[in-house]
Design a binder for this molecule. Structure first.
Ligand code: CUA
Length: 150
């Protein structure tokens, strides 16, 4: 092998290691929850919101041209929400900017990520993968508020 090829390979290897270390440091420093790919199961594709205990929720979000189901979700302040994301047609995105949460909805796959909502407010979900002529209308909302006191 030519010595220049070896140098380029070594240089590429060093760059790859730097990128990998940077990503791992960022994940650690900002406590980023990396999305998980979980085994496909039809039951995750039925849109629903389940309350598991006082503060823990599971949401099965179905993406399709050009909407998310459920499109409105209400949680109390302090809720921790596991999002299970599926797509019934093409690749979509799922982005909650205020939470730094970013997933892809891939047909035939289920992706999962968790977010904790410690502040009241309206959290917008947008599709950030171009998915056709209605892409810019594809959005949903999470409304987080203090629970009613009885
Ligand atoms: Cu769905 Cu863009």
């Amino acid at each position: 092998m030519d010595k220049y090829e070896l140098r380029i390979l070594a240089f590429t290897g060093v760059i790859l290691v730097i990128f990998l270390v940077s990503v791992l440091r960022a994940v650690n420093k900002y406590a980023i929850d990396l999305p998980e790919c979980i085994p496909y199961d039809e039951s995750f594709t039925e849109p629903q919101i389940k309350q598991i205990d006082d503060n823990l929720y599971q949401v099965f979000v179905k993406s399709q041209m050009w909407s998310f189901e459920p499109s409105e979700m209400y949680f109390p302040v302090g809720a921790e929400v596991d999002f299970y994301l599926s797509s019934s047609d093409v690749v979509h995105g799922f982005h909650i900017a205020q939470k730094g949460l970013n997933m892809m909805a891939v047909p035939g796959g289920i992706n999962k990520a968790t977010a904790k909502f410690d502040e009241p407010g309206v959290y917008e979900i947008v599709c950030h993968e171009y998915c056709g002529s209605g892409h810019q209308h594809m959005r949903a909302e999470i409304i987080v508020n203090y629970p009613n006191q009885q």
